[in-house]
Design a protein. Structure first.
Length: 354
């Protein structure tokens, strides 16, 4: 039965379900999908059924990264489950970890709609969401529920917080989420928050990470801290990232965030120009993300773990990132375009190549 569903359902999604969903505004459909997941997974036995046809469990897929045991290397990137609402439902599709957020101390509406756009021919998304989320308190409340996957907490600053006070927002969210997440990701590379990327400056970033590490050291059991980096960093800036990790002794990197560049868009350049500002994700980001992973891995001498994310649309894309030096991978846009079997496809390919 598993093989039957795997053979036929990906085509049903691509040729029937996805075209219908794509008739509607991208953000509205995202809310519809997450609401539907919460509703349908309340049906007794449905979660077990989904796991039966999508999950791949095998000892060869397991790996230990920054002190945490993952049942497989495939997770959901930050942005899909901003408010920690459907992490258990997503885990049923075979994902080992879900990164929630970006979470800010206070809830905020984000940027004005429309702010989420599809470039269907390029299998891409442009977003300028602006860290819209319900805030720290709501995330903590949701994460106190029992959960199946490993949870990463992606943390950022409120839009109205000036950069000179940003460290306070990161500390507040770090402290608040500490007991309910398994690892942290510090997000200073999102292109959709005014002046946020100024915090990628070596001195500013070192100060934030050092403060979080100091707090971490006071805990009975510390939590891994990772830095999410931009695909738009040049070689010198990537060298600075390696130096920052060496100095602050954080646990790793998530490579990469979305991109402000548009030169990798092949088919819908005019539409992208009409959309304007925002972070580009999906297929156009795939090669650059893999390049950043390879550079950080090779230049550092594999000194720290890397979570590879950016343009993973196929199982081979994921394998390429792992071969480039990633220890884990995450999907978001690929999940939207390729459907609920993407984790299964990746894990099946990994078993074949072991």
């Amino acid at each position: 039965m598993r093989d039957y569903f795997f053979k036929h359902n990906p085509m049903i999604y691509k040729h029937l379900i996805r075209p219908f969903l794509f008739l509607f505004d991208a953000e509205s459909i995202h809310h519809f999908v997450t609401g539907s997941l919460k509703f349908i997974f309340k049906i007794p036995g449905f979660s077990a059924f989904v796991e039966l046809i999508t999950a791949v469990n095998h000892p060869k897929l397991e790996r230990e990264v920054f002190g945490i045991r993952f049942k497989n290397p495939v997770g959901i990137a930050a942005g899909f489950d901003k408010n920690a609402e459907v992490f258990n439902e997503l885990a049923s599709f075979g994902f080992s970890h879900i990164e929630i957020g970006t979470v800010t101390p206070l809830g905020q509406p984000g940027n004005q709609r429309p702010r989420l756009f599809r470039l269907i021919a390029d299998k891409a998304i442009i977003n300028r969401m602006g860290f819209n989320n319900k805030g720290l308190h709501e995330a903590v409340k949701k994460l106190k529920r029992p959960h199946k996957p490993i949870i990463g907490g992606n943390i950022g600053k409120n839009t109205l917080t000036p950069n000179q006070l940003a460290i306070n927002d990161y500390v507040t969210t770090f402290e608040g989420l500490f007991e309910v997440v398994d690892y942290f990701v510090v997000n200073v590379s999102c292109p959709n928050i005014s002046d946020l990327r100024e915090l990628q400056d070596q001195d500013a970033l070192t100060a934030i990470l050092s403060k979080l590490q100091l707090i971490n050291s006071t805990k009975p059991k510390r939590k891994p801290i990772l830095l999410k980096v931009s695909p738009d960093l040049n070689q010198q800036q990537l060298d600075e990232v390696i130096e920052i990790i060496k100095v602050t002794r954080i646990d790793g990197v998530v490579a990469t965030n979305t991109s402000i560049t548009r030169h990798t868009i092949k088919f819908e350049k005019e539409k992208a120009a009409e959309i304007g500002n925002g972070g580009l994700s999906g297929m156009p980001l795939c090669n650059r993300s893999t390049e950043v992973i390879r550079y950080l891995s090779e230049k550092s001498g594999k000194a720290f773990p890397i979570i590879g994310v950016g343009g993973i649309m196929t199982a081979q894309d994921a394998l390429d990132k792992l071969n480039a030096g990633a220890d884990l991978v995450q999907v978001y846009t690929g999940f939207i375009y390729e459907g609920p079997f993407i984790a299964r496809k990746i894990n099946k390919l990994l078993l074949k190549t072991k």
